[in-house]
Design a protein around this ligand. Structure first.
Ligand code: MSP
Length: 509
């Protein structure tokens, strides 16, 4: 199965913050999960480098927009590397491959009769890079709180109004296209409210992709930006309509566009309409996650409370940051970031629950079983715990791949560790050592096998620690696949294990 997943491409007007880390980590968890589930994955991220917002921030910094984009785009690539994000490609909208592809996309929309020339007069917000209707404004500002300015200029328009019914039919026929449900309802009522044609070119500044055949215009930054999902696959080359495609284009349509709730409209209304107009297939799913606040406050540059994800990863650990962001709030909801909550999660879930289980089990095996996977003869309680781990794994798979309920998935994994910790307390293998060494061996075996399953389930979330755990259980690299979670691939007694090492240290305040 092919699985094409994308992050939004990030604006280079500023350095990355927690929101960028969040979307990227969520995509990475899904990409890694799909890979160990056996899918052929293409995972794309990148930077959105055109438009007035970038042009203005460059000007403020006293740099050309290109120099500014070159400088800032690096921070995003560094962030992805830092967070162990496994993107296969990183596209920049100033690259020739993108600009050419975006122009080809424009030409197809034009050839198919969906572009016409006229004049735009109305409100525009540079911060949001979005047009607003008079009626949408609240006390002279955009509904997002951003400043707006009056714009009057010659402009090309896209016949968005022609897609109202087609979009509604599409949402109806594809109930999983927009998630979560609240966003889906929001989008449907927006479209039902009526769609106006969309201005898709600007003439009052220069920093953009030139409109083919009329270079006084640059493409509207969102049309330029959205087409990255195609141009990264080499569009127009290899794209056939109707499918099948060839080469990288085989990954189209995207399986998942992961976005923040602020940009759902662009991805769930404009983008599918552009694609319909270009006779291309519509992505399978758009998931809009919520926004983080910082210790209860809205995050904004002007408040000076942005959170630097690199600093957090340095202080708490990459796996720990990934875990916290995925565990703390149900994916799709808004959430609040606080150091206390982060420390509490690290200590209770990672150090005390999973870390402690691994520590107790592996050090007992090292001391009492000659450092080898012990022999076993199961009793009912052993079978029960192992069966529980197996059932949970199946649920975890469903929650991640089908629902993107990452926090729920981690909760399910945590339950396996909790049960195993209860089991260890009930069985007291340290006492069995003298009274019944064979039973001790079996108990330690059950615990080690639970840890193997926990390790496999944790791989997408905390890849460093999970791999370390699987190393300590001598699980071969090629056996780190999700379908190996079952009993058929259980640990083999007698297998020599390396010396145990701590997995998740406690964070001491
Ligand atoms: N360039 C556009 C996307 C174009 S995609 C074809 C853009 N870029 S962005 O850099 O402003 O935002 C990138 C992502 O960060 C968005 O998904 C946005 O929702 C997310 N976040 C920005 N602030 C956030 C929080 N405070 N919390 C969570 N995510 C947030 O939009």
């Amino acid at each position: 199965m092919k699985f094409y997943i994308t992050t939004p491409i990030y604006y280079v007007n500023d350095k990355p913050h927690i929101g960028h880390a969040y979307t990227s980590i969520a995509c990475d968890v899904l990409a890694r999960f799909a890979r160990i589930d056996g899918a052929e994955v293409y995972f794309l991220s990148g930077t959105d480098e055109h438009g007035q917002k970038v042009e203005q921030s460059a000007e403020k910094a006293g740099m050309s927009p290109q120099e500014w984009a070159d400088k800032n785009s690096v921070y995003f690539r560094e962030l992805l590397a830092k967070l162990n994000i496994t993107n296969d490609d990183f596209i920049r909208t100033t690259e020739p491959r993108h600009k050419q592809g975006a122009q080809e996309f424009w030409k197809v929309l034009q050839k198919n009769g969906f572009i016409y020339e006229s004049k735009y007069s109305g409100w525009y917000s540079v911060r949001d890079e979005a047009y607003y209707q008079e009626a949408e404004l609240i006390e002279g500002k955009a509904p997002t709180g951003a400043d707006v300015e009056w714009v009057e200029e010659p402009s090309y328009f896209f016949k968005l109004s022609a897609f109202e019914d087609k979009l509604l039919e599409y949402y109806e026929a594809n109930p999983n296209f927009i998630a979560p449900e609240t966003r889906r309802n929001e989008v449907i009522s927006f479209v039902k409210g009526g769609l106006k044609d969309l201005s898709i070119s600007r003439t009052t500044f220069k920093w953009g992709v030139p409109v083919p055949g009329d270079e006084k215009h640059v493409m509207y930054v969102w049309l330029d930006a959205l087409s990255n999902y195609l141009t990264a696959l080499g569009y127009p080359f290899g794209f056939k309509s109707p499918a099948p495609n060839t080469g990288l284009a085989d990954f189209w349509p995207a399986s998942m566009h992961m976005v923040g709730k602020d940009i759902i409209r662009f991805h769930a209304v404009y983008w599918p309409a552009f694609l319909m107009a270009a006779d291309l297939e519509i992505p399978k799913r758009v998931f809009a996650h919520g926004w983080w606040t910082n210790e209860g406050q809205k995050i904004s540059k002007s408040l000076g409370n942005t959170i630097d994800p690199v600093g957090l990863a340095d202080e708490f650990g990459v796996d720990q940051l990934r875990y916290f962001l995925m565990r703390e709030i149900p994916f799709g909801n808004d959430g609040d970031f606080s150091r206390d909550k982060m420390i509490a999660r690290i200590n209770s879930d990672l150090a005390n629950n999973i870390g402690n289980l691994a520590q107790r089990t592996l050090s007992m095996i090292a001391k009492n079983c000659d450092g080898k996977v012990p022999q076993h003869a199961f009793v009912d309680s052993d079978k029960k715990l192992l069966a529980f781990a197996f059932v949970q794994a199946d649920k975890v798979r469903y929650e991640v791949l089908y629902e993107q309920h990452f926090s729920r998935a981690l909760e399910l994994i945590g339950q396996v560790a909790s049960r195993a910790n209860e089991y260890i307390d009930a069985m007291q293998p340290w006492n069995l050592k003298k009274t019944d060494p064979e039973r001790m061996a079996a108990v330690l075996y059950v615990l080690a096998e639970c840890l193997r399953r926990i390790g496999l389930m944790m791989l997408p979330f905390t890849p460093e620690a999970a791999n370390k755990l699987l190393d300590q259980l001598a699980v071969a690299e090629d056996a780190r696949m999700f379908h190996r979670v079952g009993a058929g691939n259980a640990l083999k007694p007698g297998t020599e294990l390396p010396a145990p090492e701590g997995l998740f240290p406690r964070f001491e305040v």
